[in-house]
Design a protein around this ligand. Structure first.
Ligand SMILES: Cc1cc2nc3c(=O)[nH]c(=O)nc-3n(C[C@H](O)[C@H](O)[C@H](O)COP(=O)(O)OP(=O)(O)OC[C@H]3O[C@@H](n4cnc5c(N)ncnc54)[C@H](O)[C@@H]3O)c2cc1C
Length: 461
């Protein structure tokens, strides 16, 4: 780091592990190529809206390319495709496209991510079992690399395309992308809800019935052993009571006439969290109380409830800056995926967290369909569980190391967009195709300047 380097302090959504970098906001793709070709060993990496939880969009002592000025989208064409600048948020994109009846083919749990960030993490939604990851719907993209601008697609330099899809920004900076959108008739969903006393019940319902729905997600309470009779009857007390919601987009004819208006864009956040949140507001007791209230509120069984689309997909976007609730210490999200035959690992993880009394808000359980060809893309067919944990919980580091081993032993992996702590030796077991990523990076970035705090921590340089 040069003498006197100050830079800007950056962290991920978990608000921990901040580092300083020189943040640049170039106006266009050519200016980004200039920055990349001038970069040196201190490194350079792209940053979108900073919604990855850990250190993926940080570069200590180097340069961070904030893509905020790469904004804007064309009109959705007759084939349903749209060219979008990579710094455009999914929120902006849907405000532009939904009134014309075009929704995102895949959306994460927040709209506050950029198109570039969605590509770099190959993000998944509640429909991975049907529609795959985000990059499956990207038909072409332009990438600024230290050796120039490249337009790639599945057919044209598919190697670079797929190394970038889920590649955590390590092949260069995506400057724009062509995205295939999903046509919707209304902005309502038809939703079925079911409550389960434990994980065994919800997982068998998902295996048996998810294929009937485009979207499926279960919210799981990891707080403690389940005391319900139905669970005890299976042998030992179960864990993880759950609420499963599954649904599809409503067509106009599915709705009463008063709800049949043209699709409308989302509202703005109604609530916010102040900068200073009293220490300890989220603790074992408050988290358990929240989980209890949430479980009791859900119906045991309800069919075809009409829900606004925005509440169904992005309930957390109603509260701005909710990550401040965790206070100054911050938090982390642990998300892993395991093959279909390793559902017992999901139960074992929840059991382990509950036995060690590690407080966790509702965990999110989904099923994944086939992987994409990207060597670093996270989804593999099977199960994925994501849970938020406050940093500083006693025994957390050792517990997560143990969970990593269980996940790796079952041929699973953790999600790098959420990670801040994985060890490099475990990464290589979880992602066995790292050499393919390295070979593409050597081709487009022979000087090895595109790097991040995450890539250094994980030995991906
Ligand atoms: C509330 C919440 C819910 C979420 N739900 C989900 C979910 O359901 N499914 C899911 O998959 N993820 C989910 N995420 C994670 C989030 O979708 C990803 O971390 C996403 O990458 C964040 O995008 P961003 O624009 O904020 O990128 P950043 O966090 O700024 O960067 C993330 C990575 O993308 C790279 N990057 C950013 N822009 C570019 C670019 N233009 N070119 C190349 N690389 C780039 C960065 O270098 C970094 O490696 C969630 C996150 C939050 C906070």
């Amino acid at each position: 780091m040069p003498d006197g380097f100050r830079g800007q302090l950056l962290s991920g959504w978990g608000r921990a592990g901040a580092t300083r970098a020189d943040v640049q906001t170039p106006p266009d793709a050519d200016a980004i190529v200039d920055l990349l070709s001038e970069a040196d060993g201190r490194g350079i990496v792209a940053r979108g809206l900073g919604r990855s939880y850990g250190d993926a969009a940080q570069c200590a002592g180097g340069t961070v390319v904030d893509t905020v000025r790469l904004a804007g989208a064309g009109a959705v064409d007759a084939s349903g495709e749209v060219e979008v600048a990579a710094g455009t948020s999914l929120d902006t994109l849907v405000r532009h496209s939904v009134p014309d009846g075009w929704f995102l083919p895949v959306t994460p749990g927040t709209r506050q991510v950029t198109v570039g960030g969605a590509i770099a993490s190959d993000v998944h939604g509640k429909n991975h079992h049907v529609d795959g990851g985000f990059c499956r719907h990207v038909t072409a993209m332009t990438i600024a690399t230290p050796t120039g601008l490249r337009r790639v697609s599945h057919a044209q330099d598919g190697e670079l395309f797929w190394a970038t899809a889920g590649g955590m920004g390590l092949t260069g900076v995506v400057t724009s992308a062509r995205l295939r959108m999903l046509e919707v008739d209304t902005d309502r969903m038809l939703v079925d809800t079911d409550r389960f006393v434990d994980l065994d019940g919800v997982m068998s319902a998902m295996e048996g019935g998810d294929d009937r729905y485009r979207y499926s997600v279960a919210w799981v309470d990891c707080s403690g052993p389940v005391r319900a009779k139905a669970s005890r009857a299976r042998g030992r007390p179960g864990v993880g009571r759950a609420v499963l919601t599954r649904g599809d987009h409503a067509r106009a004819e599915d709705l009463p006439s008063r709800l049949r208006s043209a699709p409308s864009p989302p509202g703005r956040p109604r609530l916010g969290v102040p900068r200073c949140v009293p220490r300890g507001i989220l603790n074992r007791a408050s988290i358990a109380a929240f989980n209890e209230a949430w479980y009791r509120r859900a119906p045991a069984h309800r069919e075809a409830e009409v829900q606004p689309m925005w509440r169904f997909f992005h309930p957390l976007d109603g509260v701005a800056d909710w990550n401040r609730l965790y206070g100054r210490a911050g938090f982390l999200q642990y998300q892993f995926a395991v093959p279909p035959s390793s559902g017992d690992v999901v139960t074992a993880v929840v059991r382990e967290l509950s036995a060690r009394r590690i407080p966790s808000f509702l965990a999110v359980l989904k099923r994944f369909g086939p992987s994409s060809p990207g060597p670093l893309s996270f989804p593999i067919p099977g199960w994925t569980l994501a849970l938020d944990v406050p940093l500083g919980a006693e025994g957390l580091a050792a517990c997560l190391d143990r969970l990593d081993e269980m996940v790796a032993e079952s041929n699973g992996r953790v999600y790098l967009a959420k990670d801040s702590r994985l060890r490099p030796d475990v990464l290589a077991v979880m992602y066995p195709r790292l050499a393919e990523l390295s070979s593409v990076r050597r081709r487009v970035d022979p000087g090895g300047v595109v790097r991040s705090d995450l890539s250094r921590r994980l030995g991906l340089d």
